[in-house]
Design a protein around this ligand. Structure first.
Ligand code: BV8
Ligand code: ZN
Length: 298
């Protein structure tokens, strides 16, 4: 049986290995307390579209306007959101423990905005605020583009409060037909005038090879004491594989999630059921200290 909801036991473990190497794999649940919907939340649907199907090159080729509205909406939500104490706790752990590497599947930029040291953060699936050219032969990439709306035609995605409080936002209300946006009015590449696309990794696309190489180098530098698996269903590959990669290098698994599948954990592993924004600050307290009033740490 794994060790469930036993913070003193975890603190004893965490403090006996002050110089150990720590890994984390994070998912949408890390940002849930910041008000961002998870993929599985709302049935993984956006306007009755399966979010994982919208996050594909095929969907973008078929209807770039629809996919851009999906991403423009998520950009707007992420810009309106704030990092929560879980993002700040992981950033504080990185400052305290140089041998901590945080792998996030999230593209919302909230770990970065929490001041997580870039050298100890890897964004496996890209970033909503990176734009790149859809034309494979063009190398145009732009980082930290937080324009909202990105272009006038995407303005409908930059609305948070519905005009009529009794109805959902028109943009997410499947009963309200979407205005078709001609490709000419979508973000265009300043170099080759092709369509720009969000700088995220779509399903069916390879992750960045250099990034994967760097992570394996870090993994192979020696034993790992623990891997935090925070707010992720660990269903998407190759990201999900890092749990096993860490365990194979001696790591105990510490799941922090509102749902913990105990049967997937071993007798040495930990499971903490609840909100990451509440649990992570408590779990890391011996290393990062207690939360300051503004939700940050020393
Ligand atoms: C690839 C960016 C080579 C875009 C994303 C092996 C087996 C099976 C399938 C495959 C395989 N290898 C490859 C595949 C195909 C595919 C895949 O894994 N499919 C899955 C669906 C089975 N993988 C790929 O396509 C990858 N590329 O492999 O290339 C290749 C190519 C072709 C064919 C073969 C190989 C690329 C994958 C990356 C896709 N891009 N994001 C965008 O964001 O729009 S993935 C995206 O979805 C996220 O980044 C994340 O990875 C995933 C969502 O998962 P979670 O983050 O875990 O979120 P979810 O909502 O599911 O769960 C939330 C969790 O939080 C829950 O557990 C919940 O309980 C918990 N929670 C909720 N609230 C809280 C909480 N926890 C704590 N506190 C709370 N408050
Ligand atoms: Zn271009």
């Amino acid at each position: 049986m794994p060790i469930i909801n036993d913070i003193p036991a975890f603190h004893a473990f965490l403090t006996t290995n002050p110089n150990s190497r720590i890994l984390a794999l994070c998912g949408a649940g890390l940002s849930a307390a910041s008000g961002l919907p998870t993929f599985r939340g709302a049935g993984g649907l956006w306007r009755n579209h399966d979010a994982t199907r919208l996050a594909t090159p095929e969907a973008f080729r078929a209807d770039p306007g629809l996919v851009w509205l999906f991403y423009a909406y998520r950009r707007h939500m992420a810009l309106e959101a704030k990092p929560n104490p879980a993002h700040h706790a992981l950033a504080a752990l990185a400052r305290q423990r140089r041998k901590f590497l945080c792998l996030t599947q999230n593209v919302d930029n909230l770990s970065q905005r929490a001041g997580h040291p870039p050298s100890q953060l890897r964004t496996l699936h890209g970033n909503l605020f990176t734009l790149k050219c859809f034309n494979r032969r063009c190398s145009h990439v732009e980082h930290n583009n937080t324009a909202d709306p990105l272009v006038p035609s995407l303005a409908p995605a930059s609305v948070t409060t519905p005009a009529d409080a009794t109805r959902p936002l028109p943009l997410v209300d499947a009963d309200v037909p979407l205005v078709h946006i001609p490709a000419s009015e979508l973000p265009r590449c300043p170099q080759c005038a092709s369509l720009l696309r969000p700088g995220v990794v779509w399903f069916g696309e390879q992750l960045d090879g250099a990034l994967l190489g760097e992570i394996y180098e870090w993994l192979d530098e020696g034993p790992i004491s623990v891997i935090f698996v925070v707010g992720t269903g660990a269903q998407v590959w190759p990201a999900a594989g890092y749990v096993q990669e860490a365990a194979a290098r001696g790591a105990r698994v510490c799941v922090v999630n509102t749902e913990v599948a105990e049967e997937t954990l071993g007798p040495e592993d930990f499971g903490f059921v609840g909100d990451a924004a509440v649990l992570l600050p408590r779990l890391l307290e011996p290393v990062i200290g207690s939360t300051k009033d503004d939700g940050t740490f020393e």
